[in-house]
Design a protein around this ligand. Structure first.
Ligand SMILES: [Zn+2]
Length: 124
């Protein structure tokens, strides 16, 4: 019985110390979020293809352009908006800036420029 307890304690310690850090939403702070659509006015082209080759209008989820330090495919939680996937870059998108993709130019204009708290999904 005593050995059994020791075994349990050993297992518990292994679980605590050997378990990898958990995936989590890491707060990045407040970002200045602008908006764009696939039109020529926003992109200088109108094929809808993002910097990583994604056909943006064909995506069901939200798409965001992020600075180079944030890898393509990264999930960003934008306060009040939801979770968007990084599929794009932009010349002006650096530092604490993001650009949210909208299907139409009208929607992008309606968004304008907004300050939003942003978190990044980080896996260990
Ligand atoms: Zn546009």
């Amino acid at each position: 019985m005593r050995n059994f307890h020791l075994l349990l304690i050993t297992c518990a310690l292994l679980v605590i110390f050997a378990a990898p850090a958990r995936a989590e939403w890491r707060k990045l702070g407040t970002y200045r979020v602008t908006a764009y659509c696939p039109c020529a006015r926003c992109c200088g082209k109108s094929d809808g293809i993002t910097a990583d080759g994604t056909y943006a209008p064909g995506c069901l989820g939200l798409i965001v352009a992020a600075p180079k330090g944030i890898l393509f495919g990264t999930l960003l939680q934008i306060e009040g908006v939801g979770v968007a996937t990084v599929h794009d870059r932009g010349g002006a998108i650096s530092g604490s800036r993001l650009e949210l993709f909208f299907a139409t130019h009208k929607e992008a204009l309606q968004w304008g420029v907004q300050e939003r708290k942003v978190s990044m999904w980080v896996e260990p």
